[in-house]
Write a protein that binds this ligand. Structure first.
Ligand code: ZN
Length: 420
């Protein structure tokens, strides 16, 4: 297959991408002389080709459960946890029920050009049904999507009496990443201990770490300094991710200045979840209401890796979402005051290469000769216009085969007599 007349994301010129089997074989300049008679040619007419989108933070085992058994009225993180806990007790879902919901959500993600996903999975359920379901989904979906599973002690590692035992069991069953939720533990000390335990288990079982960290509008919630400081001491920062860190929006600048010194040295990754956290944070404020997002622009300015994720598709924490990361980018750029030209034209890094770094999948990721032919084509010939128009994913190609194709909508406007 040849993808001819392509624009490569972030590069000038037009290119022909030759795909043989599952691999990108050649990338050569596109000229009118090198037209080919190969029947399997897709003319991209200058549209942008880029590596598949990376969703670094979603909860597939929670997907499509919003409103059952009840809606989250306060819109807070903590009511979400309460509702989920109630639901587990009464819904009595089988492994197959959970798989069905997860696969419906995955279908939405595939449609939107995502091929790499890190999903958190609740391991507070003594039967670990969510994990069993997602381990099976991970294997079944492998030809089309790479899935990483985070063992998340959703109801607290120490708040729930068997939390630690279940987390260890989940890691032994095959979860790829150790999770945590220190701001939900009963005491500050338990929170600190849960972070230390996550790092200890990651070393012991050779896993990555991704902590739901400081997802609260409390300027005293400072588990990020523990996570970053201890990762630095252990020399494992690039294997560690901090998700949410919304309390950072409430820290004083003096404290943040000191914190950033540690973050720079530690080299940990950050996941910002603009849609979910604009919805969840600031719920206990009068006016002005805080946006409650982590300091995305400042972290990026310091050379710290930040990526964007969606977090939820219709669950007790967030009632909307259909898997679309371009929509997350649009919201995030607005909410983080990143609507200047330079941030707009590089915004897709937030859902491609930056996500790949956080997931530790950089090797083999990207449009390069010799790499797997995993790529997407979006309906725009400029990086700026792609963001302005929230360009649709026209093709998602996996292992050299077209997996998803979307025809752009066609609009006719019958308003004659104007100089359009
Ligand atoms: Zn989450």
């Amino acid at each position: 297959m040849i993808l001819k007349n392509a624009k490569l994301y972030g590069q000038e010129g037009r290119w022909n991408i030759g795909v043989k089997g599952e691999q990108i074989k050649t990338i050569t300049p596109h000229t009118s002389q090198n037209e080919t008679s190969d029947v399997n040619v897709i003319d991209l007419q200058g549209k942008i080709v880029l590596p598949p989108y990376v969703e670094p933070h979603i909860h597939l085992d929670y997907a499509l459960t919003a409103g059952t058994p009840r809606w989250n009225q306060s819109g807070s993180v903590f009511e979400g946890i309460e509702i989920w806990s109630e639901r587990k007790q009464i819904a009595n879902e089988t492994k197959d029920d959970i798989k069905k919901r997860a696969l419906k959500a995955i279908k939405m993600q595939l449609k939107h050009g995502i091929q790499h996903v890190r999903t958190h999975v609740d391991v507070s359920d003594p039967k670990l049904r969510g994990l069993e379901a997602l381990l099976e989904v991970k294997e079944e979906i492998k030809p089309w999507m790479d899935l990483q599973l985070v063992a998340l002690p959703q109801e607290g590692l120490y708040t729930k009496s068997d939390g630690e035992e279940l987390l260890i069991k989940a890691l032994e069953m095959g979860a790829d990443v150790v999770g945590g939720i220190p701001h939900y533990e009963l005491t500050r000390e338990d929170g600190v201990q849960s972070v230390l335990k996550a790092l200890e288990l990651a070393v012991k079982y050779d896993k990555l770490v991704d902590i739901h960290c400081d997802e609260i509008d409390d300027d005293q919630s400072r588990y990020i300094e523990v996570l970053a400081g201890e990762s630095l001491k252990l020399g494992m920062g690039d294997r560690v991710t901090a998700s949410h860190t919304t309390a950072m929006a409430s820290y004083s600048n003096a404290y943040t200045y000191k914190l950033f010194q540690t973050l720079r040295k530690a080299k940990i990754h950050f996941v910002a979840l603009p849609k979910a956290n604009l919805h969840l944070q600031g719920r206990f404020d009068n006016y002005p209401t805080r946006r409650g997002l982590t300091r995305v622009k400042e972290l990026l300015n310091e050379g710290i890796n930040v990526c964007f994720g969606l977090d939820s598709i219709m669950d007790p924490w967030y009632p909307l979402g259909d898997g679309n990361l371009m929509d997350v980018v649009d919201t995030g750029l607005h909410a983080c005051h990143m609507t200047d030209h330079d941030h707009i034209v590089t915004a897709l890094n937030l859902i491609t290469t930056n996500g790949a770094k956080a997931l530790g999948i950089e090797e083999g990721y990207g449009i390069k000769e010799g790499n797997k032919a995993n790529l997407i084509v979006i309906d725009s010939d400029s990086e700026y216009e792609a963001i302005r128009t929230q360009a649709t994913v026209l093709y998602s190609i996996r292992n050299g085969k077209v997996m998803v194709e979307t025809k752009p909508a066609e609009t006719t406007i019958d308003v004659p007599g104007l100089l359009w």
